[in-house]
Design a protein. Structure first.
Length: 525
């Protein structure tokens, strides 16, 4: 086992929240909250250690652990730069979710905290699993705690929303399991790194791609299988919405970049226009729907569908900028959408309504809140200097190489995004204070500062210096792009016929040796 830093850090990161979850089941409210916060902060510290010790120029798979369990099933863990950044996002948001639940959750607190801690274990497990069936177990088991969080601690229609969430996401994954069994039978291995370089027959790739697409499209969610998301967000408690938008939706994007693209490159190229078409439809349609919403949570939920459509378009642009932009978009959206749901939760805890018309003029009595809300609104619409700008700009630069038409439509969606987010902010923070109870609400307290300030710092950090987030992922994205280059369709804005696959200077400037070695490894295979 290559522990790399002297102890199995990935196993420890899985064990800490799991042990705390078991403990919370036997604790009452004050102690359960403290144990949950301590466990999530401990995992955050381990995530920082993981990031600090990740060797950007080293092997593709690091911190690997492997043990044979039974019947060919392996406990195999390891991460690359892509998984690293999604794990860091997960452990960063979890303590904030515990703080967001500190006062609003006052019934069955121990069970609630246990569900969140179990979900943290499963989320980290998804991103570091290197065995196909270990990934599937973690991927599917994550449905259970979120189902309980929505169904037990959600709003008035929580049962309907929780069932809809569970059934949509579960049904899509049944086909994925069948495809996995076939793949293992043909390739003779359950190792994800080995399967990423295995060449399945092109005709088989089509069916395998569609089976995985059924699961990942629902998870993202892509239009038109997105209808479970607004209901789930509206009914979920604030912290449930934060982790659903911040991390769980990213599992769909992670699935595309870990399975669909490297394992089925021919089929991915074949279905490129299906993905681009659905992405274009999603951005425009859900943006228009968001524009007429009266419920703040539902508006932000539809905006999530639109933003994740830019991710799918970037992933299937078949070039480095598209892949890099999609990854930054996932990280940025995880921070910004989570923060927007927190902002909704702050005023919901005071007035117990999400109706936009019940507010107005909050910048007068809640100026600090209005400042944070403005920052996250601007990040959502891609203001330069925020993470949203970097994500959208790089993603669209990649999509433009594949299709100028898709870029035009996606950009239209971004303009609509500015319309509905600014309209929302205007109605909440500006204007006349029509309701005395809203005008009397107090500004942020210390706990709410502790929730919002770290995300604000991360959003600005990513906007000003995105290289610190891109650097760990760059070599892995370049390696994937090499595999996709052989099948990449010619773009209408930048034809590729007769030309070697080119990389932008900033994509492999520091990693040219690694990219070359990756090419040699693939050719040797």
């Amino acid at each position: 086992m290559g522990f790399q830093i002297g102890f199995p850090i990935l196993s420890v990161m899985l064990a800490v929240p799991l042990a705390a979850a078991v403990l919370c089941l036997f604790l009452k409210a004050p102690a359960a909250r403290m144990v949950a916060l301590a466990a999530t902060l401990a995992d955050l510290a381990l995530g920082i250690v993981l990031w600090a010790n990740y060797d950007v120029g080293g092997a593709q798979w690091q911190f690997t652990e492997r043990a044979n369990l039974f019947a060919g099933f392996q406990y195999a863990l390891g991460i690359d730069g892509i998984a690293l950044m999604l794990i860091v996002l997960s452990v960063f948001l979890m303590p904030i979710c515990i703080l967001a639940s500190w006062e609003s959750i006052d019934k069955r607190v121990g069970e609630y905290m246990a569900a969140f801690l179990l979900m943290e274990t499963l989320m980290i497990g998804v991103f570091c699993a290197q065995d196909l069936f270990l990934f599937y177990i973690m991927f599917e088991a994550g449905l259970i705690p979120m189902y309980l969080i929505i169904g037990v601690w959600g709003g008035a229609n929580r049962i309907y929303a929780s069932y809809k969430f569970f059934l949509y996401t579960l049904l899509g994954s049944v086909l994925m399991l069948i495809a996995m069994l076939w793949m293992v039978n043909v390739a003779g291995t359950t190792s994800i790194p080995a399967l990423m370089t295995y060449d399945f027959a092109p005709e088989a790739q089509t069916w395998l791609w569609l089976a995985f697409f059924a699961s990942f499209a629902v998870k993202m969610p892509m239009w038109p299988v997105h209808t479970w998301l607004p209901d789930a967000h509206v009914q979920a408690p604030t912290a449930g919405s934060v982790i659903l938008a911040g991390v769980l939706l990213k599992m769909g994007g992670y699935g595309f970049i870990r399975f669909s693209l490297p394992m089925f490159p021919d089929a991915s190229a074949q279905f490129m226009w299906l993905i681009l078409g659905l992405s274009m439809a999603a951005v425009v349609i859900t943006s228009l729907i968001a524009l007429v919403q009266h419920d703040m949570k539902k508006l932000i939920a539809y905006s999530s569908v639109a933003h994740m459509a830019i991710v799918t378009a970037g992933l299937f642009a078949f070039n480095v900028q598209g892949l890099e932009g999609a990854m930054v978009m996932m990280l940025s959206h995880g921070l910004v959408s989570g923060a927007l749901f927190l902002c909704v939760g702050v005023i919901y805890d005071r007035l117990h309504t999400r109706e936009i018309d019940r507010y107005g003029g909050l910048s007068i009595n809640m100026p600090k809140y209005a400042l944070f809300f403005m920052l996250f609104t601007m990040a959502s619409i891609g203001l330069p200097g925020t993470s949203g700008f970097v994500a959208e700009f790089v993603s669209l630069a990649g999509v433009y190489q594949a299709s100028s038409l898709a870029t035009l439509v996606l950009t239209t969606g971004i303009i609509l995004g500015a319309a509905y987010m600014l309209y929302l902010y205007c109605r909440i923070a500006f204007g006349v204070q029509k309701n005395a109870d809203a005008a009397a609400m107090r500004d942020l307290n210390a706990r709410e500062w502790a929730m919002l300030a770290p995300i604000a710092a991360a959003v600005l950090w990513m906007g000003v210096y995105p290289e610190s987030f891109l650097a760990p992922m760059r070599k892995d994205i370049a390696t994937l792009d090499i595999r996709l280059a052989k099948v990449a369709p010619a773009g209408d804005a930048k034809p590729k016929e007769g030309k070697p696959h080119a990389y932008p200077a900033n994509a492999v400037h520091h990693e040219s040796g690694d990219a070359a070695s990756a090419t040699r490894d693939l050719e040797a295979h």
